[in-house]
Design a protein around this ligand. Structure first.
Ligand code: UD1
Ligand code: CA
Length: 450
């Protein structure tokens, strides 16, 4: 069975009260619509078609060429939205999966179950339904005397009796393609002036065609996001889901409730996450690390066996066996090679620290390249900015920088050199040379480095 999928994302989302299109509101680091796109792609095994309209440019920017697009110029309802895809998809597939971009919790497995049911028992419509006590504005499933699905009634049009129905429409459908493209043109205009996709159910029933309803196994998947209250609820469920997945994959969380992992993050086995840890964006953490408490890591690659305590890491690379913190800050372009020790109150920006180098206390390194086994004394600062330009600092292998040294860039410090405490280094230092004072002067040649 060849399946095309359509995801409706053209609505404004008025109830969000936002200048951002609803479907771009982020959930765990990704636009809400990303989840519907991902699930549909996996289940249908084809590139989904996103129907865009409100904020179309921003939506296109967010999804790039990950999806096909069709524009719904005027948002005349969900049925009208699907109709926009007809010219592109007619004749392309046997079945059409339709979902809404504001349903981020529906999983690929659930969609897969729906498609299987459709393939097993062909009919014009196979759809999910959900039983819930809180109707949250969902359409009600109206059944006939023998239990067949007869219609979906939108809340605004429902009678008091219909409002009491607990079986709801989550908005996840699989249509027989040829039937769909014809039936869409028969949808009557609603009292609100819209063409409701949900009216297709009534049309099928009127044609005496069976509508197959599959009850959703997990009602929590069927949460639609219409307001920011729903957004917070969906985020909480997604967060638990992600945390559970990593725990089942071998990650220890001391307190999952205070651990925040975005959906693009990966974590290796036997890593332990302490409370108040936030892993954002494309962060990758290796095995056997200890992260947190109180740590924020964004778009950073961390190797294995690292210990990171109360630190903030952004767009950085940390190799195996590195220790950071408490209170360390890696900024964009920081790269700590294997076995680096970075103690408290350090900041590193756009700099490389070679294997085994140590900066224990109160230092700033910016635009610096540091060799192997270098000691950066307490209070060392690279003075990399002269008020107009940034300048580089190069420090060779086995250099010993004394406490409170100011390194006025641009600067090259040869291998095996040392600076005395409080030195203000303004000129390059040859290898194996000790400099002291303000401005620093060479006073002695040192033995060749170990
Ligand atoms: C819809 C269903 C309702 C169901 C609920 C489940 C209809 C008529 N109603 O109601 O039965 O219980 O979802 O979540 O389908 N959209 C477009 N173009 C439009 C209108 C909407 O692309 O012209 C998109 C929106 O961006 C959104 C989705 O379709 O992603 C659903 O629209 P929304 O207005 O949220 O529908 P509901 O009122 O939630
Ligand atoms: Ca909705």
């Amino acid at each position: 069975m060849k399946v095309a999928s359509i995801i409706l994302a053209a609505g404004q989302g008025t109830r969000m009260r936002s200048s951002l299109p609803k479907v771009l509101h982020p959930i765990l680091g990704r636009p809400m619509a990303w989840y519907a796109v991902d699930a549909a792609r996996q289940a249908a095994q084809s590139q989904p078609m996103l129907v865009v309209g409100h904020g179309a440019d921003a939506v296109r920017q967010a999804f790039g060429d990950a999806v096909h697009y069709v524009v719904q110029e005027n948002q005349l309802g969900t049925g009208h939205a699907v109709m926009q895809a007809e010219s592109l998809l007619r004749g392309q597939a046997d079945a059409v999966l339709v979902t809404y971009a504001d349903m981020p919790l529906v999983t690929a497995a659930t969609l897969h179950r729906l498609l299987q049911a459709h393939a097993a028992q062909p009919g014009p419509i196979t759809m999910l339904t959900v039983m819930a006590d809180d109707p949250r504005g969902f359409g009600r499933i109206v059944r006939n005397a023998v239990g067949g699905v007869q219609a979906i009634v939108e809340e605004a049009q429902a009678t008091l009796e219909q409002l009491a129905i607990r079986e709801l429409n989550p908005g996840v459908y699989c249509f027989q393609a040829d039937w769909l493209w014809d039936a869409l043109h028969r949808i009557p205009i609603s009292p609100k002036g819209e063409y409701y996709l949900t009216d297709l159910v009534g049309l099928a029933a009127a044609d005496h065609l069976p509508v197959q309803a599959i009850l959703a196994e997990d009602a929590a998947e069927m949460l639609g996001v219409n307001t920011r209250v729903h957004l917070a609820e969906a985020t909480a469920i997604m967060r638990r889901r992600i945390n559970q997945r990593w725990m089942l994959d071998g990650v220890t969380m001391i307190d999952p409730a205070s651990t925040y992992i975005e959906s693009g993050v990966t974590i290796g086995r036997d890593t332990v996450l302490w409370p108040n840890t936030y892993l954002h964006g494309s962060t990758q953490i290796g095995e056997e690390c200890t992260i947190g408490p109180d740590t924020i890591i964004r778009d950073t690659r961390v190797g294995s066996r690292c210990e990171i305590l109360a630190a903030v890491l952004e767009k950085a690379v940390v190799e195996d066996g590195v220790e950071i913190g408490p209170f360390g800050h890696l900024r964009k372009g920081a790269h700590l090679a294997e076995g680096v020790h970075m103690g408290n109150f350090g900041e590193v920006k756009n700099s490389y620290l070679g294997p085994g180098s140590k900066m224990g206390h109160f230092s700033y390194l910016g635009d610096a390249t540091i060799g192997v086994d270098v000691n950066i004394g307490a209070g060392t600062i690279t003075c990399n900015y002269d008020g107009q330009h940034k300048h580089p600092t190069e420090i060779g292998d086995h250099v010993f920088i004394g406490s409170d040294t100011m390194l006025v860039a641009p600067l090259k410090i040869g291998a095996g050199a040392r600076t005395g405490a409080g030195a203000v280094v303004t000129k390059d230092i040859p290898p194996n040379t000790l400099v002291v004072g303000v401005p620093a002067r060479p006073i002695r040649k040192l033995d060749e480095a170990k």
